[in-house]
Design a binder for this molecule. Structure first.
Ligand code: PLP
Length: 346
């Protein structure tokens, strides 16, 4: 089965398993796991931040970050189709009791003007009645917009403006390193726009567990308390951090292969009658397309495709295909062939 459902489908390589098996470990909760500590140093350095904190996954990085930046009844601004608003089970409401204000955008990347409009909506009523806008979230790359990339210049403009308006900035950098590889921009330049930023090791980087959140010493010290409260503290977590370190050493540059494969897939799809590709040149590793011109609905299309050995996922009525380190060029050819066959079924 060719798994294009998500870049979370990656399995640890033999070399990664070896690194995991040999990892020196200690008590993460007490800050005494040497492998975790090494990973935190590496990521803080990569992102140009003072300190960092290890988590099991990215969702809890967002959950804890929003809690650390806000007080209950504050407003958090985020893009309208952001993962934080659409795919985290309302966690921000649970962790932080905040109001989310969705920002309209072109493909996940928004403008200063869009932030200004959102702030105007939030601050329409007199001070007595309004909620206080406290935090802006940006998503790099933007998942539901098809792995779209914030260019540094645009990100700086939006973040500088938001800071002037008194907002803190949080970056959901689940796929930040995809943006780094796609634009050849250093990770710390993107990260410098935000007060807090995290990267996910379980997406294209191919580790089984782990995400690292970075920020100032003060921010991380507060975040550590919330991580503990919400059950995120671990013990011999070096076992999994070793997989993340291995990914940093071996799986970053190769993200370009995923981007090339996503482009190859999108180009191939655009040649198939009845298939509408959202972006024929995806910027990173995510391809969206729809099959509404075929006499099949999305669910049926996916079932028929799976019967032919290719698994993809649905996001709303669209189909999402994500390339990653367990998918190779011949697999894409195989997938395109299977899709052609399904598309020509009568
Ligand atoms: C996957 C993802 C998350 C959540 O990360 P997990 O490690 O799966 O919890 C958050 N934001 C974005 C943009 C993602 O793609």
């Amino acid at each position: 089965m060719i798994l294009l459902t998500s870049d979370t489908e990656t399995k640890p390589t033999q070399a990664m398993r070896q690194a995991i098996a040999n990892a020196p470990v200690g008590d993460e909760q007490k800050g005494e796991d040497p492998t975790v500590n090494l990973l935190l140093e590496r990521v803080a350095d990569l992102l140009g931040k003072e300190d960092a904190l290890f988590f099991a996954c990215g969702t809890i990085c967002n959950f804890v970050s929003i809690k650390t930046h806000t007080r209950p009844a504050d407003v958090v601004l985020a893009e309208q189709m952001s993962h934080i608003i659409r795919a985290e089970s309302g966690g921000a409401a649970l962790s932080s009791g905040v109001l989310m204000e969705p920002i309209a955008s072109e493909r996940g990347i928004f403008t200063v003007n869009a932030v200004e409009q959102a702030l105007q909506r939030v601050t329409t009523a007199p001070y007595l009645y309004r909620a206080i806008p406290r935090l802006l979230c940006v998503e790099q790359t933007h998942n539901f917009a098809g792995g779209s990339v914030w260019r540094l210049e645009q990100l700086r403009k939006v973040c500088d403006f938001s800071r002037q308006k008194g907002l803190a900035i949080h970056m959901d950098g689940a796929r930040l390193l995809n943006a780094v590889v796609a634009t050849q921009t250093p990770a710390y330049d993107f990260a410098a726009c935000a007060d807090s930023v995290w990267i996910d090791f379980t997406k294209g980087l191919g580790a089984p567990i782990g995400a690292v959140l970075a920020g100032t010493k003060e921010f991380i010290s507060e975040a550590r308390r919330y991580k503990h409260i919400f059950g995120g503290a671990m013990r011999q977590a070096g076992i999994v951090a070793a997989g993340c370190l291995h990914a940093l050493d071996h799986h970053v540059e190769r993200l370009q292969d995923d981007h090339d494969n996503a482009n190859y897939l999108a180009q191939g799809l655009s040649q198939i009658e009845g298939i509408t590709v959202r972006e024929t040149n995806p910027e990173t590793n995510i391809v969206f397309f729809d099959v509404s011109k075929l006499r099949l609905d999305t669910a049926m299309f996916l079932t028929l495709l799976q019967e032919r050995g290719v698994k993809m996922g649905a996001v709303g009525d669209s189909i999402r295909a994500v390339t990653h380190l367990d998918v190779f060029r011949p697999d894409i050819d195989f997938a395109l062939d299977a899709i052609s066959k399904v598309a020509t079924l009568k």
